[in-house]
Write a protein that binds this ligand. Sequence first.
Ligand code: PDD
Length: 282
Amino acid sequence: MSRIVYVNGEYLPEEEARISVFDRGFLFADGVYEVSSVIAGKLIDNAAHLARLERSLSEIDMAAPASSEEIEKIQHEMMQRNNLDEGLIYLQVTRGAADRDFNYPKDAKPSLVMFTQAKKITQSAVAENGLNVISLPDLRWHRRDIKTVQLLYPSMAKQAAKEQGADDAWLVEDGFVTEGTSNNAWIVLDDGTLVTRELSNDILHGITRKAVMKLAAERQIRIEERPFTLDEAKGAKEAFVTSASAFVMPVVSIDGSSIGDGKPGDLSKRLRTIYLDEAHSF
Ligand code: PDD
């Protein structure tokens, strides 16, 4: 049975779903997106994802295709129609279809597209072994706080990592790590303090980052929000990344140099367990 996708009010088999060649998402990457995870049939942290969607839309003066309540209803309908118990739900809003013109069209209607990806995301072999990452210069634009679909550079970076036998890349700007290609970057100091870059336009304001900060603070784990260099990261006790699809994922090497003993760190593993336990209780 084929997957049912959502396109502007219709639930269709994926082979029948269509978007105009004039859609500005296609022509200008003029669109924003969100990825929420689903565990045991429940959406995780979805209110925060929809609040960030609203913010992304308002930052680029794009009309919302529907209210957050309506969008959540569609997400639930999609989960039901696709029998999604565990995996991801992707949603994308673009400015809609209009003849090609750099200026925003006056009357285009925003499009809303959604699809599900059934995946075992809680039991992960990768989490057992940890990620090997390389570093690359951060060549993205300077509004990384807006979750836009212009993901060519992150794709190039992830591809470069793969070609070098690694799993992902950490992006570096002015000597400091900004974030991973599709996740926020963290290190753990010798005294157990967590360090992750502070919020600004330089990084995406990760929903998982925020959830992990709250869970850590509740357990009296110290957190410093500040930039860190690649050298500090290479010398750290542990490293990990956070995202809606990876949750808390240990990093075991950067540019070939092992972090700690080269195995997923204890605090990284503990935070992953805490996050997943919390997610199961949603
Ligand atoms: N990526 N930083 C970047 C650049 C991201 O693309 C993401 C998420 C994050 C983590 O944010 P969150 O915790 O809200 O997922 C940080 C998603 C998962 C993706 O593009 O598939």
